[in-house]
Design a protein around this ligand. Structure first.
Ligand code: ADP
Length: 636
């Protein structure tokens, strides 16, 4: 079994490596952050597995990372005494791309070398980033608990393939030996390495050790030089960032920590760090990212919070720590009370976890409230003012899921919502803004849902509102209709869809208007009856309306029914939508409608009226060809 095998990299890896080795780097230093982070993860994994089997510690219970270099051999070595790799694990984990973040990163690549190289510099690509500075990497490893002769040596020049062979290795864990490229010789310096560790890896909870140096006097008149000793020094703070007092942590340290836990290349919009005491005790460090990940719409995936128990890493993506609608939040929770052997199933049932989840939810909402406050705060910087809009553009639609999911925070969530309206093309109108602008006598918050902003804005249902200068919120997110179903009122004012039920403008309509409408409806009755008969297969009812000004007719859903738009959406998604027929509302004042009564083509015109109302709100006639034929017959 000790024979050397040569294996090919997975195609994606080869592509990535090509990029890594053929581009210029805005920031080479990140390779060290990536390798130290892997070393630290390996130690976390060992600690976790050892909870059930302490023999895995063998005779080295102190987990640590050592960084050393050899000027002569031009190598830089990162060694950990973590979980280690079996031969098969080395083949699988160092030959393919496992991390979803890296795959996401690959999807972002534009093919343009320069901008891609910059992206790599910001992002880091895990283990493979070693090839930024090395033209050959040798990994030597032995899995914790395995025999010394079960070690593995993995070697690659970063081109198409790699070699693996068995080796004897007494020490548990992994050494990554980087054979530095000619232009990377400056990493053979303790000062340089230490400064990179201070910048990127200070938050790592394990000690990172480097050889102590001594100053060797030069011979007479000659300069002296630094020499490495056999003693090792800890060069980082070696305490988990979140366990340190807030006042000792700089914004840069928080930002670097965020990037390390989230694999994001952009700074976060906000963070909050707290020690929570009470019935359950925990430390909370939560971040709001500046942009949404690719897989945000997957409600099963996501959950960006890591769980630690008394500094021991327990699991990534602990979904029980936040409600699903806050799945974009990243960070760390360190509990003082949970048992170390807590499982995902147990988490779901734990009362401590429930308290943590509620605490986290409140904390995130108050972070968002702060961002929203800064928007209107004269004293806030321009950057801070823009943060809420940035957040909302990325995550607003996800936040709305909370209206249905989190009853206890519905009011707080409602205050954070922003919409476009007939007075604003951008999603910037809050329900409070809307209320402040309501007309005298207006007693509802009006909204309409549509597939697009243009469709919502131009829908005939809005005509009377526009004429009377009443603002209507325009909702175009897919979740809007569903979410708004849970928000029937805001601050005592009901929310009302203008596309559902009859419009009752209440006090906004004066007596004269009301009387005229009633008279018209009376005179109109016989025609309505004929229309109803002609459209009995399509429309649930036909009635006169005052909501239209320029259009002859429009469709509305019955009160409490599903809007046509939502029904259409469900159908497109292949889901069963109730077959409810819409109501056709007709504008008695429209010339087309006036002509209808005496027309010899009454039946065709009635169909056209209906189909056009359907088209106007983004639907399609049931029989488009028949519709075209009828219209053409009229045109001729
Ligand atoms: P990521 O660490 O984000 O999963 P990497 O490309 O950096 O992606 O590493 C791939 C995999 O290789 C890791 O998931 C891990 O299983 C393994 N690995 C990397 N470095 C080490 C190490 N020092 N010790 C043990 N396993 C490691």
């Amino acid at each position: 079994m000790s024979q050397k095998q040569t294996l090919s990299f997975q195609a994606e890896v080869a592509q990535l490596l090509h990029l890594v080795t053929h581009s210029l780097y805005s920031n080479k230093d990140i390779f060290l952050r990536e390798l130290i982070s892997n070393a630290s993860d390996a130690c976390d994994k060992l600690r976790f597995e050892a909870l059930n089997d302490t023999s895995l510690y063998e005779d080295a219970p102190n987990l640590e990372v050592r960084v050393s270099f050899d000027k002569e051999a031009r190598t830089l070595t990162i060694t950990d005494n973590g979980i280690g790799l079996t031969q098969q694990e080395a083949i699988d984990n160092l030959g393919t791309i496992a991390k979803s973040g890296t795959r996401e990163f690959m999807n972002r690549l534009s093919g343009d070398q320069k901008s891609d190289a910059q992206l790599i510099g910001q992002f880091g690509v895990g283990f493979y980033s070693g090839f930024i500075v090395a033209d050959r990497i040798v990994v030597e490893s032995r899995r914790a608990g395995a025999k010394p002769e079960e070690g593995v040596r993995w070697t690659s020049g970063g081109a198409g393939d790699f070699e693996v062979e068995a080796m004897e290795r007494a020490a548990r864990g992994t050494s990554v030996v980087l054979h530095l490229r000619d232009d990377a010789a400056d990493y053979l310096s303790a000062w340089k390495i230490k400064s990179i560790i201070a910048k990127y890896s200070d938050h790592i909870a394990l000690p990172i050790l480097m050889r102590k140096e001594t100053w060797k006097e030069g011979n007479e008149g000659e300069p002296g030089e630094m020499e490495l000793t056999d003693e090792w020094d800890t060069v980082n703070q070696a305490s988990a960032l979140w366990s340190r007092p807030k006042k000792d942590i700089t914004p840069e340290q928080y930002t670097e920590f965020y990037k390390a836990v989230s694999h994001d290349y952009e700074d976060p919009l906000a963070w909050s760090h707290n020690r929570v005491e009470g019935s359950t005790e925990y430390t909370q460090l939560l971040f709001i990212p500046a942009h949404a990940p690719m897989d945000m719409w997957n409600r099963d995936k996501a959950a960006g919070v890591k769980l630690y128990v008394r500094r021991v890493f327990i699991m990534d993506e602990a979904e029980a720590l936040l409600p699903v609608y806050l799945r974009f939040v990243k960070g760390v929770i360190d509990s003082a009370d949970l048992p170390l052997n807590v499982s995902r199933e147990l988490l779901q049932e734990s009362r401590d976890v429930k308290a943590i989840r509620e605490g986290n939810t409140r904390r995130v909402l108050s972070m968002l409230e702060d961002l929203a406050k800064a928007e209107k705060d004269e004293a806030a910087s321009e950057a801070d003012k823009g943060k809420f809009a940035r957040f909302y553009g990325e995550f607003g639609a996800v936040l709305k899921e909370g209206l249905g999911e989190d009853m206890s925070n519905r009011e707080r969530l409602a205050k954070l919502l922003r919409f476009a309206s007939t007075q604003s093309d951008t999603a910037s109108v809050s329900l409070a803004d809307y209320k402040a602008r309501m007309k005298e006598g207006q007693d509802a918050i009006y909204y309409i849902t549509g597939d697009t902003l243009a469709a919502a804005k131009n829908s005939p249902q809005l005509e009377i509102f526009r004429k009377k200068g009443i603002e209507v919120l325009l909702m175009t997110d897919r979740v809007d209709e569903w979410a708004l179903g849970y928000l029937t009122e805001f601050d005592g004012t009901p929310l009302q869809s203008v596309a559902k039920g009859q419009v009752d403008l209440g006090k906004l309509q004066d007596e004269e208007e009301k009387k005229a409408a009633e008279e018209a409806a009376e005179a109109f009755k016989p025609l309505l009856a004929r229309l109803k008969e002609a459209l009995k297969d399509k429309a649930q009812d036909v009635r006169a309306t005052t909501r239209l000004v320029d259009s002859p007719a429009c469709l509305v859903a019955s009160e409490g029914g599903m809007s046509m738009q939502l029904a259409r959406m469900l159908k497109q998604a292949g889901q069963a939508a109730p077959e409810t027929k819409p109501v056709l509302e007709v504008n008695a004042d429209h010339p087309l409608v006036k002509k209808l009564d005496t027309s010899p083509n009454f039946h065709d015109l009635a169909q056209i009226l209906f189909d056009q109302a359907l088209l106007a709100e983004g639907g399609l006639p049931e029989d488009p060809a028949a519709y075209v034929k009828r219209v053409n017959a009229l045109l001729v």
